[in-house]
Ligand binder design. Structure first.
Ligand code: HEM
Length: 523
């Protein structure tokens, strides 16, 4: 009774206020509903907020996006749906379920095009092969396939990889060994792949591996471009478009990088066209394209097409291959027994080739032939394992054309952004088993000592289906040439205590590089 008496005036005054301000009613109801809804939707990994959706969680975790995606998928399942801010129509489906990935990339590929928004985010690539869909893609794909599959091109890659390793990479490392200096492997391998890719595309030596050369304007511009494209994926479209309009942040850097790229591309293309006029025969990709253009009457012969194509190959080839090499040496440093096995395999080849007992070999570094390296099962398995755990690119983005149901039962509708993640897939026990996080080349080898077909069914590092990577063979040839020469001739001692983690990027670059000491291998 006493309680009732003392509460009554309070309630009456509250009623009075609510009558006066109905907005207060609304606010209280909204607050209660929000608390109920928050407690229902809350999980430890991400949060759907009213109006801004999942954006705060994305921004909070952007710097550790890859590991965040692994933690989330391990806890909540291989397919996650997320909604961005209501004002920018942003709905995302993240999946690392191999059944879904196969369906999206292969079985029903036509329903998952790249789409207009992809083209917008990757606008710097223009109408290059990466960006286009449908007929335009088919025409370009068949031209590119012809170029990549030709025996001339394959032979060029084998000879070139050996030449660059012998004349540039090995001398650079010998120099580092003589000076006992600490080098950044990420920097060296990115320069190596930049160098070789420029020669493959334009037939020109960019001199990016010469001792003393640290930076190349075009290589720096490619870094800035990839950084800006990544930001466009974690920020709402409306935001990066505003930044682009105001020329601030990464968008400002992108404009500068874009200009630098255009200048370099125009220079290389003009040289190529001049060669075509004088009739000097070249075996590089652009020479092949200029010839295609001369032969074909119905295909665009403008420089923009050559620029978009060359830039697509350059971006497609440089970061992916360079990044894989760095992760490979990181994995070896943590698994010396794997390094010993790779080395054993290499020694067998070198012995057969040189008829020289190892240990008595001359003091000059040994560089392997690509043909010999193609036969090495363990080296191939170790590279596949590095690409499984550290796939570059680790994310693949697609749109949805028509409503569809993925193999795991998820319904997808037009407007949805579908992201498939090979990085997260590699770390799912349900896909790769309990030892999924271990670096085990053995999982790629069958009981007869041959490469096993089984893991290939869930290995999407090179994509799958009609858009599967065109540079796969080239990438393996380059990586094998580099790994074999480096391991056989040098001891790579990765500096202990450094923090090794992936940068928030589309291509899994290492955040802080990989510092190592190089020594000549004595036996
Ligand atoms: C370790 C090295 C590499 C990896 C992991 C890799 C990965 C990939 C992936 C996942 C795709 C499919 C993208 C999609 O579905 O849209 C792709 C496509 C492509 N890659 Fe690679 N790549 C590598 C090296 C290279 C090299 C060396 C080149 C050539 C210079 C190259 C050229 C291309 C091209 C032209 C495409 C586009 C194919 C198309 O859309 O039809 N890649 N690559």
């Amino acid at each position: 009774m006493i309680e009732k008496l003392s509460l009554n005036p309070i309630l009456t005054s509250f009623d009075h206020h609510l009558m006066q301000w109905p907005e207060l009613y609304l606010a209280v109801i909204c607050l209660i509903l929000s608390i109920i809804w928050y407690s229902k939707t809350k999980n430890d990994y991400y949060m759907h907020w009213p109006i801004v959706g999942v954006l705060p969680s994305i921004l909070r975790n952007a710097h550790r996006m890859h590991d965040w995606s692994v933690e989330t998928c391990r806890a909540l399942g291989c397919t996650i749906r997320a909604r961005g801010p209501t004002f920018c129509r942003w709905e995302l489906l993240f999946t690392c379920d191999p059944r879904n990935v196969e369906y999206i990339l292969k079985t029903n590929v036509t329903n998952f095009p790249k789409g207009e928004e992809y083209l917008e985010a990757f606008d710097v690539l223009g109408d290059g092969l990466f960006n286009v869909d449908s007929e335009l893609w088919q025409i370009q794909r068949s031209m590119a396939r012809k170029a990549f599959a030709s025996n001339d091109f394959r032979g060029t890659i084998c000879r070139l990889s050996k030449k660059v390793v012998e004349e540039e990479l090995v001398p650079l490392l010998s120099n580092a060994a003589r000076e006992s200096s600490v080098v950044d492997l990420d920097d060296i391998f990115m320069r190596f792949t930049f160098h070789t890719t420029i020669i493959v595309i334009f037939g020109r030596d960019p001199k990016s591996l010469s001792a003393g050369v640290k930076d190349h304007e075009l290589a720096n511009a490619l870094d800035a471009v990839l950084e800006a494209i990544f930001r466009r994926h974690v920020n709402p479209r409306i935001w990066w478009k505003l930044c682009r309009l105001l020329r601030v942040g990464e968008e400002r850097k992108l404009v500068k990088a874009w200009k630098a790229i255009d200048i370099h591309m125009a220079h290389y293309i003009s040289l190529k066209k001049a060669e075509a006029i004088t009739g000097s025969e070249q075996a590089d990709l652009m020479a092949t394209y200029v010839n295609f253009q001369k032969e074909s009457k119905d295909f665009s012969s403008n420089d923009k097409f050559l620029r978009d194509t060359a830039l697509t190959f350059l971006l497609g080839g440089r970061d992916t291959t360079g990044t894989t090499l760095t992760w490979f040496f990181h994995a070896l440093s943590n698994n010396p027994h794997v390094e010993a096995k790779v080395l054993e395999e290499l020694k067998n080849v070198a012995c057969k080739d040189s008829n020289v007992e190892l240990g008595q070999r001359a003091n000059t570094p040994w560089v392997f032939n690509s043909e010999d390296l193609k036969r090495l099962v363990y080296l191939h398995a170790a590279l596949c394992e590095a690409m499984r755990l550290y796939p570059s690119p680790s994310l693949n983005r697609k749109g949805v054309l028509r409503e569809d149901v993925l193999p795991d039962g998820t319904v997808v509708k037009p407007g949805l952004m579908v992201i498939t993640s090979t990085y997260a897939m590699a770390r799912m026990e349900c896909v790769w088993g309990k030892d999924c996080s271990e670096f085990k080349p053995e999982r790629w080898i069958d009981e007869h000592g041959k490469l096993s077909k089984e893991p290939m069914t869930k290995f999407f590092t090179f994509g799958a289906g009609p858009r599967i990577c065109l540079g796969k063979e080239m990438a393996f040839t380059l990586m094998k040439a580099a790994v074999a020469a480096v391991l056989f001739n040098f001891q790579v001692e990765v500096i202990e205590g450094q923090t090794v983690c992936p940068k928030a990027s589309l291509v899994l670059r290492m955040k802080n590089g990989l510092m190592a000491k190089i020594k000549e291998r004595v036996s």
